[in-house]
Design a protein around this ligand. Structure first.
Ligand code: GDP
Length: 475
C-alpha cells in the first residue's frame, strides 16, 4: 500500500484514541504528538504540520464545547476528535482545485513534462491505458529525442498495452515531432493524445521553455468552459516522490510559469517521503491527478484527497473499488451490460460482491486493491500480497457457506429485528455461515457491511442516471 508506514502509524494513533476510556487533553495531546511525528517522518513540511496541529486543536475545542452542551458522551467526544483529524489530514493533501478531465469526442492533448528519470515515459503509457479503459480513443506521441532509447521504451510499452503511437528515429527536434504526431492523430479523431516530452533539462526554466514551445506547436485550443480549467489541452508535470517536500519548489515554478496543468506524483510505492511530496504540491494549489505506485502499467491511482486519506487510515476507498470493478466489466462487454443494469436499478447482492471479490483475486497486486476495501486495517496489509490474499480468501469462504437465497439477498436476511423493526444484531443464519466457513461472526458481519456499502454505492450510481454518469465522474 502507498505510504504503508505512515498509514499504520496514523491508524495506530487513532486506535489509541478509540481505546482510551476518557478523552481529556492528555489523550488528545498524545494523539497529536504521534500524528505530527509520523507526518514529519514522511517529510511533511514543519510549518504545515504545526498548522495542522493548531487547526485540529481549535476545531476539537470548539466542537467539544458544542457537544457538551448537548450532553456529549465519551463516544461522541471520540468522534469529534477523529473527524477533526480526518478533515485536517484531507485538507493537508487537498489542492482545492479541480483537475481537467478529458472529454470524449474532443481532441484532448496532454503533454507530460518533467526532469529525466521522474517516470514520464512510464506514466504516459499508464495514463493512456487509464483513458483507453474508460472508452476514450487514446494514443501516444514520443517527443523525447534526447534520451537514447526513449522511443523504443515508449514503443515497447505502447505495443504491450495496444496503444497506437507516433515517433521518429531520425527527427531530432522534439517540437517538430510533437506537431507532426498531434496533427496526424487529430486528423484520425483520437480523443486523447498524450505527448511524452524530453526531460533533458535539469533547470526548470529550460524545461518550461520547451513546454511552451511544444504547446505552441500543438496549438492548444481554448474553449469557453468557464472556471479554472478552460484549456482543452493540458500540461502534466511528472514529479518523483523521493524529492519529498522539495516538490514544493518544483510545483510552484511550474504553476508560476503556466497557470494551467496538473501534477502526477510517481514512485509512491518506494518512498517514505511521499507524504511530504503530496502535501507540498497541494500547498501550491496545483491539482494532483494521479499517483504512480509501481513500475507496471496498472500501477496508477487516481488521486482525490478524501479517498486517499480514507485509504491511508484503513477506511477503504469505495469509489476506487467501484472504478476497478467497472474497468473489469469493460473488459467483458456482456458482463458490463448486466452490471450497468444492476447499478442503474441500484441493485447489488452478496452474490455480486462475491463475484467482485473473485475478480479482485484474479487481478494481481492484491494488497493494493484490498486497501480500497473498508475494514481492512493497515496493519493487516503490512504482510503484503500473502496476507491480503489470505484475507480475501476468507471472505470468499464466507460466501461459499451461504445458501442460494442468502447470496441473492442484500444481506438483511442475516439481521434480527425487534417488534418495532429496529435491528437487534445478527441472527442464527450468520452464526451458521461463520461456523460453516471456519471464520468468525465478526468476519461475517464485516463482509455484510462491505456488501451493504457496495449496494449503497450502486444505489447512488443508479440515482444519477446509472453507470454512465458514475463513470464520467470517475474519469
Ligand atoms: P523518464 O526519464 O522521466 O521518462 O522516466 P522513465 O519513465 O524512464 O522511468 C524511470 C524509472 O522509474 C524506470 O525504471 C521506471 O520503471 C521507474 N518508475 C516510473 N514510475 C514509477 C513508479 O510509480 N514506481 C516505481 N517504483 N518506479 C517507477
Amino acid at each position: 500500500m502507498v505510504l504503508a508506514d505512515l498509514g499504520a502509524r496514523l491508524h495506530g494513533a487513532l486506535s489509541q484514541l478509540s481505546k482510551a476510556s476518557v478523552v481529556d487533553d492528555k489523550v488528545i495531546d498524545a494523539l497529536l504528538k504521534e500524528l505530527c511525528a509520523a507526518l514529519l517522518e514522511s517529510d511533511v513540511n514543519v510549518k504545515l504540520v504545526s498548522q495542522l496541529r493548531t487547526k485540529v486543536k481549535t476545531k476539537v475545542k470548539k466542537n467539544l464545547e458544542e457537544a457538551e452542551k448537548t450532553g456529549g458522551r465519551e463516544a461522541n467526544k471520540k468522534n469529534v476528535v477523529q473527524k477533526a483529524v480526518f478533515d485536517e489530514l484531507v485538507a493537508l493533501v487537498d489542492p482545492g482545485t479541480e483537475p481537467y478531465k478529458p472529454i470524449k469526442g474532443k481532441t484532448n492533448v496532454l503533454m507530460a513534462v518533467g526532469i529525466q528519470g521522474a517516470g514520464k515515459t512510464t506514466t504516459c503509457t499508464k495514463l493512456a491505458v487509464h483513458y483507453q479503459r474508460r472508452g476514450l480513443r487514446t494514443c501516444l506521441v514520443c517527443a523525447d529525442t534526447f534520451r537514447a532509447g526513449a522511443f523504443d521504451q515508449l514503443k515497447q510499452n505502447a505495443t504491450k498495452a495496444k496503444i497506437p503511437f507516433y515517433g521518429s528515429y531520425t527527427e531530432t527536434d522534439p517540437v517538430a515531432i510533437a506537431a507532426l504526431g498531434v496533427e496526424k492523430f487529430r486528423k484520425e479523431r483520437f480523443d486523447v493524445i498524450i505527448v511524452d516530452t524530453s526531460g533533458r533539462h535539469k533547470q526548470e526554466s529550460e524545461l518550461f521553455e520547451e513546454m511552451v514551445a511544444i504547446s505552441a506547436a500543438v496549438k492548444p485550443v481554448r474553449r469557453p468552459l468557464g472556471g479554472r480549467c478552460s484549456l482543452q489541452d493540458m500540461t502534466i508535470m511528472v514529479l518523483d516522490a523521493s524529492i519529498g517536500q522539495a516538490a514544493e519548489a518544483q510545483s510552484r515554478a511550474f504553476k508560476d510559469s503556466a497557470d494551467f496543468g496538473a501534477i502526477i506524483v510517481t514512485k509512491l510505492d518506494g518512498h517514505a517521503k511521499g507524504g511530504g511530496a503530496i502535501s507540498a504540491v497541494a500547498a501550491t494549489k496545483t491539482p494532483i491527478i494521479f499517483l504512480g505506485t509501481g513500475e507496471h502499467l496498472n500501477d496508477l491511482e487516481r488521486f482525490a484527497p478524501q479517498p486517499f486519506i480514507s485509504k491511508l487510515l484503513g477506511m477503504g476507498d469505495m469509489q476506487g473499488l467501484v472504478e476497478h470493478m467497472q474497468d473489469m466489466a469493460r473488459a467483458n462487454p456482456e458482463r458490463q451490460k448486466e452490471m450497468a443494469k444492476k447499478l442503474e436499478q441500484g441493485k447489488f447482492s452478496i452474490r455480486d460482491w462475491r463475484e467482485q471479490l473473485g475478480n479482485i483475486m484474479g487481478m494481481g497486486s492484491l494488497s493494493k486493491i484490498a486497501s480500497m476495501i473498508p475494514g481492512m486495517p493497515a496493519g493487516m496489509l503490512d504482510g503484503g500480497e500473502e496476507e491480503a490474499s489470505a484475507k480475501l480468501k476468507r471472505m470468499i469462504f464466507i460466501t461459499d457457506a451461504m445458501r442460494q437465497d442468502e447470496l441473492d439477498s442484500d444481506g438483511l436476511i442475516f439481521v434480527s429485528f425487534d417488534k418495532s423493526g429496529n435491528p437487534t444484531g445478527l441472527n442464527r443464519r450468520a452464526k451458521r455461515v461463520a461456523r460453516g466457513s471456519g471464520t468468525s461472526v465478526r468476519e461475517v458481519e464485516e463482509l455484510l457491511a462491505q456488501a451493504r456499502m457496495m449496494a449503497g454505492m450502486a444505489r447512488q450510481a443508479g440515482g444519477q442516471n446509472g453507470l454512465m454518469s458514475a463513470m464520467q465522474k470517475m474519469q
